[in-house]
Design a protein around this ligand. Structure first.
Ligand SMILES: [Zn+2]
Ligand SMILES: [Zn+2]
Length: 346
């Protein structure tokens, strides 16, 4: 089959005769119809994250049609359209048995190789994965949209970490793709008072379209006063930090209401300093939020009923052979590009 193989850092090669994946008894073989290029693929492309050791087929935001089911698979059948979770969990460890599959002790990620394991991903015509990470896609959701189910699940999981009530003021710091999905997930959960902060006016415009009632430019000198005024002079009860840099983490903590919650989703910088006194004296609760744990069905249901709209987030589509050019361009950085979706069998 055809696959884009990262043969060395910063080099993708189209292989025409990459070995066909062979599904095990608990697996399904999926014809990959759409797969998103993730920021982690772009960052991993140069070796800086240590999680994309070549040779590797990357790609973990995939959707497609089942071609084959393993002999122990009962709940899925050939021909079904499915979206794949990126987290391959064991289903047996302590965390898995409590439903916290994102914290599985034996967690693997599709399209990642980090030294402990190598699991080829979906920048290929076909991929074999455990059936438990494949979720049926409703008819009204296209395969292209379904490839974003992973990102939507991440956003819903972030919202569930602090579980805002409908009348709580919620602030999203950073309206890149995940931030915009957090805005939508908040609205879909019934939250009415949503605000967003970003440097980019175009993204803030999208945030408003997706349900933010107030938006603030991150470089506005009166940002703090604006956020405070918007939230009845108390500050937001819930702040979602979706960047993961020193400045934005600090901002998120400073802006939260006393007794409020800060959900940390972004992690661009592995280490940041936090305003400790603000956290301690204000009794803030900080939550980490990683991937998702059981939010797929909700994500697909909200995509099907239109409460979450991913279409405006898809910036471009490309074929498998065009992927290497796109990776290169995304690595160099192109403005106004959110999600690029690869169509490996188009
Ligand atoms: Zn990803
Ligand atoms: Zn586990």
């Amino acid at each position: 089959m055809r696959a884009q193989v990262m043969t060395e850092y910063k080099r993708l090669e189209l292989h025409e005769d990459f070995p066909e994946p062979i599904p095990g008894p608990e697996d399904v073989l999926v014809n990959v119809e759409a797969v998103g290029i993730c920021g982690s693929d772009i960052h991993g492309f140069d070796g800086s994250t240590g999680r994309r050791i070549p040779p590797l087929v990357m790609g973990h935001e995939a959707a497609g049609t089942i071609l084959e089911v393993g002999r122990d698979v009962r709940h899925l059948c050939v021909g079904q359209r499915v979206a794949l979770d990126s987290t391959v969990f064991c289903g047996r460890c302590e965390n898995c048995s409590q439903g916290r599959i994102n914290l599985c002790d034996h967690r693997q990620v599709l399209g990642v190789s980090c030294g402990e394991y190598r699991r080829h991903g979906a920048f290929a015509q076909r991929v074999a994965v455990p059936a438990r990470i494949a979720y049926p896609v409703p008819d009204s959701v296209s395969m292209e949209q379904a490839a974003l189910a992973e990102a939507v699940s991440v956003a819903i999981h972030a919202v569930r970490r602090s579980n805002p009530r409908s009348d709580d003021a919620c602030l999203v710091v950073g309206t890149g793709m995940i931030g915009l999905l957090v805005v939508q997930a908040l609205r879909a959960s019934g939250v009415r008072s949503i605000a967003a902060i970003d440097l980019d006016a175009g993204r803030l415009e999208l945030a408003r379209r997706f349900g933010a009632v107030a938006t603030f430019k991150a470089d506005d000198d009166h940002l703090g006063a604006g956020v405070t005024a918007w939230s009845n002079h108390l500050g937001p009860q819930h702040v979602f930090e979706v960047v993961g840099a020193q400045k934005t983490v600090e901002q998120a903590i400073q802006l939260a209401r006393k007794g409020g919650h800060v959900v940390l989703v972004g992690n661009v910088s592995p280490r940041v300093e936090i305003p400790l006194q603000r956290v301690v004296a204000g009794e803030l609760t900080l939550h980490g939020s990683c991937a998702s744990a059981g939010e797929y069905d909700q994500a697909l249901a909200w995509m099907a009923d239109g409460r979450i709209d991913v279409a405006p987030i898809i910036s471009a589509r490309c074929s498998l052979s065009e992927l290497s050019d796109w990776m290169e361009r995304l690595y160099q950085g192109i403005p106004n590009t959110m999600k690029v979706v690869v169509l490996p069998n188009a």
